[in-house]
Design a protein around this ligand. Structure first.
Ligand SMILES: [Zn+2]
Length: 122
């Protein structure tokens, strides 16, 4: 069985050109549906906003965050992930990190949060 999380930043495996979409460490070019993505983002991005499932508060239904004046949203639907802007999960993370990097240039606390998460700024 393949690894489910990145060894370096503990993100769900989301390979982008053979590297982790978050921290750019090399990853095998396989990755499943990233189930833990919402919880992972919530944990690493305190500025984000999450909605929990009414019957199961452990489970996040939606996560959204504004970065570089753009809304990034991830929803869990019928076991699938629905992303806005509409991209593949790895590309969505890449765009999100690009936008966060822009904000981090002006925001020291965000910069700290991102480097604590181990993510590679763009
Ligand atoms: Zn990683």
């Amino acid at each position: 069985m393949s690894r489910l999380t990145c060894e370096v930043c503990a993100a769900p495996v989301l390979p982008l050109h053979g590297a982790c979409a978050f921290c750019r460490s090399p990853l095998p070019a396989t990755g499943g549906e990233p189930d833990g993505l919402l919880n992972y983002l919530m944990e690493k991005l305190p500025r984000g906003e999450a909605r929990r499932a009414a019957l199961n508060p452990q489970r996040l239904k939606r996560f959204r965050v504004v970065a570089a004046s753009q809304m990034f949203e991830a929803r869990l639907r019928q076991g699938g992930l629905e992303l806005s802007p509409q991209l593949t999960p790895a590309d969505w993370v890449d765009h999100l990190l690009q936008a966060l990097s822009e904000d981090a240039a002006r925001d020291a606390s965000l910069r700290t949060a991102l480097s604590k998460a181990g993510w590679a700024l763009r």
